[in-house]
Design a protein around this ligand. Structure first.
Ligand code: A2P
Length: 276
């Protein structure tokens, strides 16, 4: 299976392992553990989100689990991602702990958070986690094309997803096209530039033109490319507005104006400044 085809309702993608992933998710990076995170997750689910993205490194999986329970939305309607912290030696043991914190019996997607120590060493453990039923799909994050190819070459199955920093300002066209050619879904983190891109003049101009907010414009730009987005917010009204991105279209001109904001030169790199 190639991966990346849209479902009939246009709200999810079919991954290369046959599972479906909603295009819109709530990200909880930099969301404080406790009340902030519990509320954000509960609100998102109440407002119709069906996808939550957390990580072992965020320290808030327990609050994600509490928010999920508090929402009353059945577990099997929600797509949950967590990420393997690669400072830990064993993806399976680390995921067992995540499942306990999240209070679920599997996650929908488990990805290597970054290629610390090389691209391939953790992959057998990721595949094992999938075989054990702890994760429906497995993938990577912050992997460039060469690292992706190493994993594909070494593994029994290819990654379903590569989650990277991606927006019209970080328009990694080379990486996006390489992922598409390999049937790997590129997923966008920091689609609002952690808030930095919201005040940009071009984004505001397009937002005025389409009668939407700058955040909705930046998110829609990803959705129109079939790129899943996981905007973060701890404000209910922002979570609601960020989810309201399926009822309008950016014109070709709007998309071209936003494409021109790219500062990566269409790179196939995952990150300009790796932190590991
Ligand atoms: P807050 O959590 O206080 O609402 P990204 O998803 O790119 O990481 O961006 C997240 C940042 O953008 C957070 O600081 C968040 O602030 C802010 N943010 C998210 N949605 C909106 C919105 N609709 N309007 C303004 N700021 C937003």
């Amino acid at each position: 299976m190639t991966g990346g085809a849209l479902t009939a309702d246009g709200r999810a993608l079919i991954l290369n392992d046959g599972h479906q992933m909603p295009l819109l998710g709530l990200g909880v990076w930099q969301t404080r553990d406790g009340r902030d995170c519990v509320d954000a997750v509960r609100w998102a689910l109440e407002l119709g989100y069906r996808h939550i993205d957390t990580a072992q490194a965020y320290g808030n999986e327990e609050s994600v689990g509490t928010g999920l329970l508090a929402s009353g939305v059945p577990r099997d309607e929600v797509f949950i991602t967590t990420k393997f912290f690669p400072g830990n030696p064993d993806p399976v043991a680390a995921l067992e702990q995540s499942l306990r914190r999240l209070r679920v019996d599997h996650v929908d997607l488990y990805i290597i958070h970054w290629p610390q120590g090389g691209a391939t060493w953790a992959w057998p453990g990721m595949e094992r986690a999938r075989e054990l039923g702890y994760a429906r799909s497995v993938g990577v994050s912050n992997f460039n094309v060469a690292q992706l190819d190493e994993v594909i070459g070494a593994g029994t199955i290819p990654p379903a997803v590569n989650q990277v920093q991606f927006s019209s300002f970080e328009y990694r066209r080379g990486l996006l096209e390489a992922c598409q050619r390999r049937g790997v879904v590129l997923e966008a983190y920091s689609p609002l530039g952690t808030g930095r891109h919201l005040g940009d003049e071009t984004v505001r101009r397009v937002a005025d033109r389409v009668g939407r907010t700058p955040a909705q414009v930046l998110l829609r730009w990803c959705i129109q490319r079939d790129v899943p987005v996981i905007p973060k917010s701890t404000h209910r009204e922002r979570i609601e507005a960020n989810g309201d991105i399926f009822g309008f279209q950016l014109s070709d001109q709007d998309v071209r104006d936003l494409d021109a904001l790219d500062r990566t030169g269409g790179t196939d790199r995952a990150l300009e400044h790796p932190w590991w």
